[in-house]
Design a protein around this ligand. Structure first.
Ligand code: C5P
Length: 229
């Protein structure tokens, strides 16, 4: 894989105009971007088609979690806009995951299953009512996602090694919660720096604020793309 493809920049901004400005500041090495709830809520599916028109790969991170038919139809819509990957919650269950995969694969779109949000730690996970640790839950959900035909999982760097051990190379491990040393974790709990996450087996890193809020986003993007080179 081209090292530039390892980094997916989260365009967590309030408007299409701000997204465009940010893309300009990220420079020509940008390959992958992520449209999440904030930008999608303001700019809609047009954000996806415009980004594709600009030659970028697009992860649509709406973390779909609903009944199989609803998720299937929403996935088909996102795939037809040109999404390269969409996210669904693994906790939606196997029929929902299979429905998303069936809707996406015909259009060449990947399905990545979100396991346990990187903003949750042991205590917050337990508070929801889970008896298992986040790590044990990620293992269980990653197994489910694989069995349902998903292309990979979204998991923190803390679990990347464990997921890599149970899945072949072709199974994507997409890792958010990335922080360079000295960065503010903000609302993230299970964080890791880019080098450690890649070493643990992450195939792609999702990075928002550490790049987008940096004084020089282009330099930060390069730094993340060039880890280990
Ligand atoms: O700014 P920061 O690097 O923390 O942004 C991380 C991005 O990854 C956010 O857009 C967030 O929605 C997303 N994400 C996450 N944890 C997951 C899945 C996605 O933080 N499990």
């Amino acid at each position: 894989m081209d090292v530039r493809e390892r980094v997916i920049v989260a365009l967590d901004v309030a408007s299409w105009e701000l997204a465009e400005g940010l893309i300009g500041r990220l420079g020509p090495d940008l390959r992958w971007v992520k449209v999440g709830l904030e930008l999608f809520s303001q700019a809609g599916p047009q954000a996806i088609t415009r980004l594709k028109g600009a030659g970028l790969k697009v992860m649509v991170d709406l973390k779909l979690h609903d009944i199989p038919q609803t998720v299937s139809r929403a996935t088909a819509q996102l795939a037809s806009c040109g999404a390269d990957a969409v996210t669904v919650h693994a906790q939606g269950g196997r029929p929902m995951l299979e429905a998303a995969v069936a809707a996406a694969h015909g259009q060449g779109t990947k399905v990545w299953a979100v396991t346990v949000l990187t903003s949750l730690d042991d205590q917050l996970w337990g508070e929801i009512g889970y008896q298992d640790s986040p790590e044990t839950s990620v293992r269980r959900l990653a197994r489910l996602a694989r069995a349902a035909g998903c292309d990979g999982v979204v998991a923190s760097g803390v679990e990347a090694k464990m997921v890599r051990q149970m899945a072949p190379e072709a199974f994507d491990i997409v890792t958010p919660g990335i922080r360079f040393s000295g960065d503010d974790p903000g609302d993230q709990r299970r964080t890791m720096d880019p080098a450690q996450a890649l070493l643990a087996g992450a195939t792609q890193l999702v990075i928002g604020r550490p790049i987008t809020a940096a004084a020089d986003p282009q330099a930060r993007l390069r730094q993340a793309q060039e880890v280990g080179l």
